[in-house]
Design a binder for this molecule. Structure first.
Ligand SMILES: Cc1cc2nc3c(=O)[nH]c(=O)nc-3n(C[C@H](O)[C@H](O)[C@H](O)COP(=O)(O)OP(=O)(O)OC[C@H]3O[C@@H](n4cnc5c(N)ncnc54)[C@H](O)[C@@H]3O)c2cc1C
Length: 475
């Protein structure tokens, strides 16, 4: 008999699960809270301009996934090269940071401090076997205090909204390229040959924004017989002795429910847990509270200029500036702005309902234009219009003990063999869209093989402590 499968959340993970299941003719329904599927990967259109929720790009280590996405997108997929920089103290540095660049652009005193603290850190690591407890330790032990204070500390605190002393090391190893000073010195004195390790530069990007990928995927799911219910917020999981039996949701204020044989959930892990009210103990609820998410507000500015720069991303390290990254969407696709015009998108981290979250658009624009001018991007007289967008679940906050709390919630869910939680919000992991898609596809394949109980294989995918971008299959 055909199984009735529910997918909770229609972001890249949920849609990929539904895509895989409908390809094999399964009865699948996606339940999505918003009026459009795509999750963090939607693109908003306004007056002929297109803005993602923080410019996205598609790269992956998985050749099969890349091939399937290319096939699905056909001519709608562009290939681009990335060029990212860090803006600091009126100077522009390479991203990822390169020791040679720092050496050439910083004054002698800063270089001396950076070098001395790097050497102290390197020696301390070996002699005192210094352990990494927090993100701050991880960076200071590898780069030294001076570079931490310049580049990493202020940026990280602005992004996460908490001291890097309270952030787990887990985030660092996959995301931060090691500045190999030893390597640079060896090459300088010709003691080493060969090319240094480099980042993947090429990436894929749809003509009409990242959301186009998931618009096309949604159309394919519907064409193959899958259903996507929009404006539907999951509110309760109906469970019995045999596992999960159905899901209740609210659609435009009306309570509805659907029966099911299995569930692939991609909604935020704490929300999924709270949807089991009859079965929760105070202890379990206690483990949901520390798993918080950092929100992001995006200021999307329409600009009456043909171009602003040739950078894909500009990282803003200093804490005095409100934004973490500046993006010109046209660098990803020329279809992001009308001909002869361009746009700027700013990523502004915040917490839901704080001062930034509630700041009126005009006030935010004034503040940001001032910041941009100081950073050397003066577009004050060129603004055509602007609008803001926001996400509540931008980044899972990796507090020092987040993994232990998350494990307790996974353990609670393990009693339901026919339910798996996956995706970025569902596993509380800082993963990219390709890993979210792989998780959805693998969960669907496990379900089709009656192996849905094999949860760790899916939830821990790509958790190897290796820089993601170095080994990706790119455009
Ligand atoms: C600023 C920013 C930039 C990024 N840039 C990149 C990039 O360049 N490349 C890259 O690969 N990745 C990037 N990412 C990461 C990428 O967006 C995520 O990895 C991806 O969206 C995760 O997909 P997901 O389906 O797991 O989660 P989501 O996209 O968050 O989808 C979850 C879905 O569940 C729905 N939902 C939540 N609660 C409920 C409920 N109660 N009932 C029903 N539905 C619910 C949500 O509305 C959402 O649609 C970026 C992320 C951010 C924040």
């Amino acid at each position: 008999m055909k199984k009735k499968i529910l997918v909770l959340g229609g972001g890249p993970c949920g849609l990929s699960a539904a895509w895989e299941l409908s390809r094999y003719g399964h009865d699948v329904t996606v339940v999505e809270k918003e009026s459009k599927a795509g999750g963090l990967c939607i693109t908003n259109e306004y007056k002929g301009y297109r803005f993602d929720l923080g410019g996205h790009r598609f790269i992956s280590k998985n050749k099969e996934l890349v091939e399937n996405v290319c096939k699905m997108m056909g001519d709608e997929l562009l290939t681009s090269n990335r060029k990212s920089v860090i803006l600091l103290q009126g100077k522009t540095f390479d991203y990822p940071l390169s020791a040679k660049d720092i050496f050439l652009k910083m004054d002698l005193w800063t270089n001396l401090k950076a070098f001395t603290s790097y050497v102290i850190a390197a020696i301390s690591r070996v002699v005192f076997r210094k352990k990494d407890v927090s993100f701050e330790d991880w960076i200071v032990n590898r780069f030294g205090r001076a570079l931490y204070n310049l580049f990493f500390g202020p940026y990280t605190e602005k992004l996460w909204g908490i001291s890097p002393k309270r952030i787990s090391t887990d985030w660092a190893s996959q995301r931060i390229s090691l500045l190999n000073l030893k390597d640079v010195l060896f090459r300088l004195f010709k003691l080493k040959r060969g090319t240094p390790r480099t980042y993947a530069k090429g990436y894929y990007y749809p003509k009409k924004g990242i959301g186009q990928m998931f618009d096309i995927m949604s159309e394919e799911i519907s064409r193959m017989g899958g259903k996507i219910i929009l404006n539907a917020t999951v509110s309760r999981i109906k469970a019995g002795n045999g596992g999960v039996e159905g899901v209740c949701y609210l659609q435009r204020g009306v309570a509805k429910s659907i029966e099911c044989d299995a569930v692939i959930s991609t909604i935020p892990l704490p929300d999924l847990i709270k949807a089991f009210p009859e079965y929760l103990t105070a202890n379990i609820i206690g483990h949901t509270a520390p798993l918080t998410f950092r929100s992001v507000r995006f200021l999307n500015i329409l600009v009456d200029l043909p171009d602003i720069s040739d950078n894909t991303w500009m990282y803003v390290s200093e804490g005095k500036y409100i934004m973490t990254r500046i993006q010109e969407p046209k660098r990803r696709s020329p279809f992001s702005a009308p001909e002869g015009k361009t746009s700027v998108m700013l990523e502004i981290p915040c917490n839901e309902n704080d001062e930034i979250w509630n700041c009126p658009k005009e006030q935010l624009l004034k503040r940001c234009l001032g910041d941009l001018k100081e950073l050397g991007i003066d577009i004050q007289d060129k603004v055509i219009d602007c609008f803001t967008t926001s996400v509540t679940h931008g980044y899972p906050v990796y507090s020092l003990d987040y993994a232990a709390h998350r494990q307790k919630l996974f353990d609670f869910l393990d009693q339901y063999e026919n339910l798996i939680t996956c995706g970025r919000q569902g596993t509380f992991r800082y993963i990219f869209m390709d890993t979210a898609m792989e998780m959805g596809i693998t969960a669907a394949q496990n379900l089709m093989l009656d192996n849905l109980w094999k949860k760790a294989d899916v939830q821990l995918m790509r958790s190897e402590k290796e820089l993601i971008e170095v080994t990706s299959v790119t455009a």
